[in-house]
Ligand binder design. Structure first.
Ligand code: 6PG
Length: 237
């Protein structure tokens, strides 16, 4: 099932995401809550708002932070998804290092894909014989990619591995990405997209589910995919 929620701006989207996180934190028990975060530019605004608006209220010790994909660059590189997440949100609210599981983009991509898969297997519970994230936050690329599953490597949707190495179709930049089976096994999948530039692709993927776009194939095996978009991104639906 796909649910599309439309908001006036990115801050309102961030507020909705905060409510989802508070909801996760209030689930019974003390077991870790595993959250995979997306990269790119959209989340930077969200993370900054979460840090400024909620501060340590979201610094729940049960939260373990992972990434849906990472560029194969050092952690200090401006291209690094982890860097921005840490600097804008996790560091300001004091998330402990042991709760942060970054993809080590400075390693050999193939080696890191294996190492990260092993970390996922070590930490995450399993359902359907696949590791299960509690929440998977995803973005949508202009070409319909999500995480680093691009139209040029759709086979990663069905890989038997938890992580794979991908290449950006234009820049050739190497990435390590979660694969489609792991993403779809998440208990909750939340896409965030803003701006009129995403409107056509959102219609293609969230409404028309056009199979040529990787994000069209992202549907939790149980549960729902929630799209949090702004008015501009909702322009064609
Ligand atoms: C990445 C992301 C990628 C991103 C989309 C949207 O590492 O770039 O994980 O999947 O979410 O490309 O990026 P923007 O938010 O910058 O549009």
């Amino acid at each position: 099932m796909t649910t599309v929620k439309i908001f006036p701006d990115i801050n309102a989207i961030a507020g909705e995401l905060a409510e989802l996180l508070f909801g996760l934190a209030s689930t019974p028990g003390k077991q870790p809550i595993h959250i995979a975060l997306s990269g790119g530019n959209t989340p930077k605004l969200i993370f900054n708002y979460l840090a400024e608006t909620y501060g340590t209220k979201l610094a729940n010790k049960r939260f373990h932070f992972w990434w849906g994909d990472e560029r194969c660059v050092p952690p200090a590189d401006d291209e690094c998804n982890y860097k921005w997440t840490y600097e804008l949100w996790l560091k300001p609210i004091g998330i402990a290092f042991e709760n942060i599981h970054r993809i080590e983009g400075e390693r050999m991509p193939e080696e890191e894909a294996i190492r990260y898969s092993q970390q996922i297997s070590h930490w995450l519970p399993v359902s359907n014989s696949i590791p299960r994230f509690d929440l998977n936050l995803l973005g949508l690329g202009d070409d319909g990619h999500t995480a680093s599953i691009f139209p040029t490597n759709m086979e990663l949707l069905h890989s038997e591995n938890w992580c794979e190495v991908a290449s950006h179709p234009i820049t050739g930049q190497k990435r390590v990405t979660l694969t489609g089976r792991v993403i779809n096994n998440s208990s909750a999948i939340v896409f965030v997209a803003t701006g009129s530039g995403k409107a056509q692709m959102i219609k293609n993927v969230a409404i028309d589910s056009k199979s040529e776009f990787p994000a069209s194939h992202i549907h939790p095996s149980s549960g729902e995919a929630i799209w949090l978009i702004d008015n501009d991104a909702a322009g064609l639906i």
